[in-house]
Design a protein around this ligand. Sequence first.
Ligand code: G1P
Length: 277
Amino acid sequence: MIKKCLFPVAGYGTRFLPATKSMPKEMLPVVNKPLVQYGVEEAIEAGMNTCAMVTGRGKRSIADHFDINYELEHQISGTGKEVYLDSIRNVLDNGIFTMVRQREMLGLGHAILTGHSLIGNEPFGVILSDDLCINDGPGVLSQMAELYKQFRCSIVAIQEVPEDQVHKYGVIAGEPLKDGIYRVDSMVEKPDPKDAPSNLAIIGRYILTPDIFDIIRDTPPGANGELQLTDALQTQAKQGCVMAYKFKGRRFDCGSVPGFVEATNYVYENIYQKEQG
Ligand code: G1P
């Protein structure tokens, strides 16, 4: 039912410098696969096979990654090495990739607004590929797409985090309905721990209804002077309904070096080694 997923991939990745000086942080590999490909696979699994990338300067290798490399295909065609291309060939066979460039980095809200021309007037998913989510059953975005069928409003993924970590996230307050689903009353971006309404932090998975674009246009800059998606969602929550969903699965904060290393070890031990037999 939801066909498109937006990927804001224009950020600088300063925490990984110098690795990210001339290479997009989204292309950093977790074992043998770039971070952004994990996100794209999750979107395609959820039926959102149009992947709309909001990219920026210095991010051309992301567009190249989601395209054929004829020379490489030619070189390894018919050899035992073809198997290494299986996962990306599968993505290319099933995905459609559209791109727009964000010229200035004015915040996540601004990145989403920049993607408006790629999304149009329909509900869509959003994946922040820094948040790597891994699970055995359906992926996080699939779980959320199922919920959308029931609620038909914006949905944010949430997770409980330690109280001394809430300042890094958007945090929600809401009324629990059932099975980890909350109706959101209010939400705040990067609160002081003493002002945080709860320890339920937003993780980088969203389903958004397209009225969000007009709301973002009318939203003033918020935390860190940036145009915040959380502030626009707060308006949507007041106007109608925003749901929050405690997803099933493990999430790794690959926007930080410790989270990235943890993800690498986990994927190596639990996925890569098993695939290698
Ligand atoms: C963004 C969002 C924030 C969310 C977080 C999840 O923040 O603005 O609400 O909790 O992603 O990773 P960022 O990490 O880009 O500062």
